[in-house]
Design a protein around this ligand. Structure first.
Ligand SMILES: NC(=O)c1ccc[n+]([C@@H]2O[C@H](COP(=O)([O-])OP(=O)(O)OC[C@H]3O[C@@H](n4cnc5c(N)ncnc54)[C@H](O)[C@@H]3O)[C@@H](O)[C@H]2O)c1
Length: 256
């Protein structure tokens, strides 16, 4: 029970295929008390049913690209829970046309949108949580990233640029929050068939290549990624900050 006594905010659950759901299962199993955010008040009923297995966890609708909604969220959390011990940022979005066309055709609006939702939102989450003094000393922030931040993968396009910005933001945030004892890391997960992944052209081909080439010769599951995130959220990872840790069955080490 490496998360016993900790309260963790899980941002970005959509359905039972979401990586955030895998993280919630692992964190709950490890003893954490959970709080959730989701996108779109109209999804409340579905989300509440989905999270009913996690004790009496509450869910709050929050668009993470809107700082004013983050202020309301963290003010509410502070009032209802006091301080929390960790945050999972499991949020990304790019316009479909920017994942279908060549990267060179990315519009200024599409480029800004992908970076705003997928990278800047982590900076805003960290700053607003710090400013409203919601984070305990030893709190741990964890985001999710992907190999497409450093290598070219057909169809990942502007999301690769956003993940590069997210990973660099993790290093700067780790430096800013380190003196308060707060850690910031990311898990770079291997590809998983989620609703977001469906937007990526040729995603099934990527899955096939991993099965063939990754040292462990298989794709990762959301529960494996969940376990890796739970480790980073726990005190077992107390000396780890500013890192991008791959949970991808080793695929990233391969040349060809
Ligand atoms: N699926 C993969 O292959 C894979 C691999 C590595 C990393 N990731 C990353 O994992 C994270 C979770 O994605 P997933 O694959 O579980 O898909 P998902 O679709 O289940 O989760 C994405 C979440 O982002 C939320 N979201 C989008 N815009 C938002 C906004 N403005 N405010 C708040 N929430 C918003 C969606 O509502 C959804 O809950 C993402 O950061 C994704 O890039 C996914």
């Amino acid at each position: 029970m490496i998360l016993k006594g900790k309260t963790i905010l899980i941002m970005g659950i959509r359905n039972k295929w979401s990586i955030a759901y895998g993280v919630a299962k692992s964190a709950y199993h490890q003893g954490a008390k959970l709080i959730f955010t989701f996108m779109g008040e109209e999804n409340r009923e579905k989300i509440e049913e989905l999270i009913s297995e996690f004790g009496n966890a509450k869910a709050y609708a929050c668009d993470a690209s809107k700082d004013e909604e983050l202020v309301v969220l963290f003010s509410t959390i502070k009032k209802e829970y006091g301080k929390i011990d960790g945050i999972l940022h499991s949020i990304a979005h790019a316009n479909t046309e920017d994942l279908r066309n060549d990267f060179i055709n990315t519009s200024k609006e599409g480029f800004a949108h992908a970076n705003d939702v997928s990278a800047y939102s982590l900076v805003a989450v960290a700053r607003i949580a710090r400013d409203l003094t919601v984070l305990n000393e030893n709190a741990s922030l964890v985001a999710l990233t992907y190999y497409g931040s450093t290598k070219v993968l057909a169809g990942y396009n502007v999301m690769g640029v956003a993940k590069a910005a997210l990973e660099c933001s993790i290093r700067y945030l780790a430096d800013n929050l380190g003196p308060m004892g707060i850690r910031v890391n990311a898990i770079s997960a291997g590809p998983i068939k989620t609703l977001s992944a469906k937007g990526i052209k040729d995603f099934n081909t990527i899955l096939d290549v991993i099965e063939e080439k990754a040292p462990l010769r298989r794709n990762v599951t959301t529960s494996e990624v969940g376990d890796s995130v739970a480790f980073l959220l726990s005190n077992m990872a107390s000396a780890i900050t500013g890192q991008i840790i791959y949970a991808d069955n080793g695929y990233n080490i391969m040349g060809i």
